[in-house]
Design a binder for this molecule. Structure first.
Ligand SMILES: Cc1cc2nc3c(=O)[nH]c(=O)nc-3n(C[C@H](O)[C@H](O)[C@H](O)COP(=O)(O)OP(=O)(O)OC[C@H]3O[C@@H](n4cnc5c(N)ncnc54)[C@H](O)[C@@H]3O)c2cc1C
Length: 302
């Protein structure tokens, strides 16, 4: 029966937003998991992001922000949620004499290269870290003795109610592989760098590249799965527990680096999550250490 009542559903904003129903995420995660989201919105401007956030709030739609998917595991193949991606204006960046101002969708690798070409030091340790600036800031990506938060001057974020804020580094809550930015939408940041001789920069990049030689290559992975416990290394504990090469379905503990899980062929998110739990259990049993995940699990529902 037609009641004549207008639909309560708000129209999706269209300007500078691309909507994809049943969006495939297969190419959007470095583990190579097959997955699809109920809905994806790709926003290209700040106004479009505001419009998206207003729509999501009015519709009661929860959403997850996805960068390049190099630090995420999709829990299931079918995700009943909205995925937000930034593109367009958010990919832009500008280099000046004292740093780089960049959108959250700029590739970290492009920023490292631009800094090198401009004789600016501070980002050399990010050499080889895949993904976009927003993901790097949300997780305070880094190495053993450096993290992206170290060179942040400010970060711009939108909270879920659409309020835009510029946070100074101290307000961003940077800590070991975490920040207070996760849960908000990071849109832009200013990275403060310093002038340095080209030679020194090249040397630092070469050292960073050499440190990566012990990582698996040419296979799907999500980087380090676990955070290092205080004073120890997750890889060392997993290796000492004899777990290199252990498999759950298509997911395998890398024989090259024990803190990497690799897709040995047709792995599903469920395989990876089962393997993570098995590793945690064995390390707990053997060493009494509770490993915490560094990788972000995207749930099957928002
Ligand atoms: C081979 C390999 C090597 C790696 N080496 C390192 C390393 O040395 N050090 C290191 O720290 N990491 C490493 N990683 C992990 C990963 O590359 C980084 O964490 C990267 O910064 C994630 O960026 P992304 O765009 O892929 O984020 P995604 O994986 O897409 O997202 C990661 C998290 O950030 C959130 N997020 C993404 N964008 C935004 C945004 N704009 N606003 C708010 N939240 C957002 C997501 O919701 C998610 O929770 C490695 C990964 C691989 C595959």
């Amino acid at each position: 029966m037609n009641t004549g009542l207008a639909s309560v559903s708000r129209r999706r904003p269209e300007t500078d937003i691309e909507w994809k129903e049943g969006a495939r995420l297969d190419g959007l995660n470095s583990m190579g998991l097959r997955a699809a989201a109920r809905l994806m919105a790709v926003v290209r401007t700040e106004q479009a992001l505001s419009d998206f956030l207003e729509w999501a709030a009015e519709e009661g739609e929860d959403f997850v922000v996805l960068g390049e998917g190099t630090n995420v595991i999709f829990a299931k193949e079918s995700l009943d949620l909205v995925v937000l991606r930034l593109a367009g204006d958010f990919e832009d960046f500008a280099v000046d004499a004292t740093g780089i101002t960049a959108g959250a969708a700029a590739r970290l690798a492009a920023l490292v290269k631009a800094a090198r070409e401009s004789g600016l030091s501070g980002l050399e340790n990010a050499w080889g870290i895949p993904g976009l600036l927003g993901g790097a800031l949300a997780g305070n990506a880094g190495t053993r003795d450096w993290a992206i938060g170290d060179c942040v001057e400010w970060v711009e974020v939108f909270d879920r109610s659409g309020v835009k804020k510029r946070l100074a580094r101290d307000e961003a809550g940077f800590a070991y592989r975490r920040s207070a930015l996760a849960g908000r939408v990071v849109t832009r940041s200013r990275l403060a760098l310093r002038k340095e001789a080209r030679e020194r920069i090249e040397e630092a990049i070469a050292r960073a590249a050499a440190r990566r030689s012990g990582q698996p290559k040419g296979v799907g992975s999500s980087g380090c799965i676990f955070r290092n416990p205080p004073g120890d290394s997750a890889g060392r504990l997993i290796d000492a527990a004899g777990l290199k090469g252990l498999r759950c379905g298509g997911a395998m503990v890398s024989p090259v680096h024990a803190n990497f899980i690799v897709n040995a062929g047709g792995a599903t998110g469920a395989d990876v999550l089962r393997l993570i739990e098995t590793i945690r259990g064995r390390v707990r049993e053997k060493f009494g250490v509770e490993l915490e995940t560094e990788v972000r699990v995207i749930p099957s529902k928002g």
